[in-house]
Ligand binder design. Structure first.
Ligand code: AHM
Ligand code: MG
Length: 362
């Protein structure tokens, strides 16, 4: 490959094609999905950049499936991704954090062998205060057959509800001081920065790796009063208060993609534990947890829901929530061990809900 000299300019399109050529049997479908997503990301980026100027700023006045206020830009991002992806003939169904049910491919278009799950604009409540937001996506190969219809059969809920380890690609876009597109197809994690003057994502962070132990702890402390004792013990450990490790620096933006991206580069842990008020945590397994877990593992990190590897959780609902501990392998392992010990002692740790199914509620 030619992209490993520091001076070569590699567009995301070219990189995707080069990666595809590593697979003898690739049909180009996955590459097409990634290219369409990169186009959608550019369209969303250009809108987000103008958020403070355009009349688009502010709440749209409707509530999404989880009952949160949708921002106008959430709707724009959702529509943009849907319209960029519906007609390529590569997908048989989609699911979005903004929509309650499976999103079918319109009848007139061909159906393909993949499903796409996405969070169109995560952290959008931060837009009004000019904080980075992000898009997260996950691509999985369908499990149902597709040979009864000339245009291919529609995908089903079974195609969407697969464990995260089945992902063939995942990624995120962070709309920050620059716009970055970061993705994996299981061959490392690669980051591209948008050059707005030419409208191209250029390879800027090839083969990203997260340090084994890191500097940053990202968690919302306001929930401490609602955490189970093992979570409190874990946070004391991360903060160096029990004398067993050096204190980490606390950084919490409250915008998952931005928090995750910083920790991927600098090392550390992002934690959204279950708590008394949100017994399943807040973050969604399919749109947030799994795609970032695939990225994190590919970068050498880890992601768990408490005791278990996140990518092994079998989802039961589209909008299922799950506790999330994600980041540097060594730091996530501390959480896993501590929760495991608490469970052995019979104390429980309140993070094991994702395995019980029906984890949609707060
Ligand atoms: P959203 O999907 O409605 O935007 O919510 C998800 C966001 C994440 O970006 C962030 O990590 C989390 O909510 C913050 O939640 P909290 O305010 O409870 O700390
Ligand atoms: Mg979200």
């Amino acid at each position: 490959m030619v992209h490993n000299t520091p001076t070569s300019v590699v567009t995301i399109e070219r990189f995707i094609i080069e990666q595809e050529q590593l697979h003898a049997h690739a049909t180009g479908d996955l590459s097409g999905i990634l290219r369409d997503l990169a186009l959608a990301a550019k369209m969303i980026a250009s809108k987000v950049r103008r958020a403070g100027l355009a009349d688009i700023l502010g709440a749209a006045g409707t509530e999404n499936v989880q009952g949160e206020m949708q921002q106008k830009l959430d709707l724009f991002a959702h529509e943009t991704i849907f319209k960029a992806m519906d007609h390529g003939g590569r997908l048989c169904a989609m699911a979005s954090e903004e929509v309650e049910h499976l999103i079918p491919i319109p009848e007139q278009f061909k159906r393909g062998k993949y499903v796409l799950l996405f969070d169109p604009l995560d952290g959008s409540s931060n837009i009004d205060v000019n904080v980075p937001v992000g898009t997260i996506f996950s691509v999985i190969r369908r499990v149902t057959k597709s040979d009864h219809n000339a245009k291919g059969d529609h995908g089903t809920i079974e195609d969407l509800l697969q464990p995260g380890r089945k992902q063939v690609a995942s990624g995120y876009v962070v709309y920050g001081s620059s716009t970055m597109f970061v993705y994996t197809t299981g061959q490392g994690v690669h980051g591209f920065t948008l050059d707005p003057s030419i409208g191209e994502f250029l390879l800027s962070h090839p083969d990203m790796k997260i340090p084994e132990h890191g500097r940053y702890l990202s968690v919302n402390d306001a929930y401490e009063q609602y955490w189970a004792e093992p979570v409190r013990a874990l946070m004391r450990r991360y903060r160096g208060l029990d004398g067993k490790r050096e204190a980490m620096n606390v950084r919490y933006i409250g915008s998952l993609v931005a928090d995750f991206h910083r920790n991927l580069l600098g090392g550390g842990v992002f934690a959204y534990p279950a708590n008394e008020k949100s017994p399943h945590g807040k973050l969604r397994l399919l749109y947030e947890g799994n795609p970032l877990a695939f990225i994190c593992e590919q970068a050498g990190g880890a992601a768990i829901d408490g005791e278990h590897r996140l990518l092994d959780v079998k989802p039961t609902e589209l909008h299922q929530r799950s506790p999330l501990f994600i980041g540097s392998k060594g730091d996530v392992e501390i959480a896993r061990q501590l929760f495991h010990e608490a469970a052995q002692k019979g104390a429980g740790h309140g993070q094991d809900v994702a395995h019980r199914g029906g984890a949609n509620g707060k």
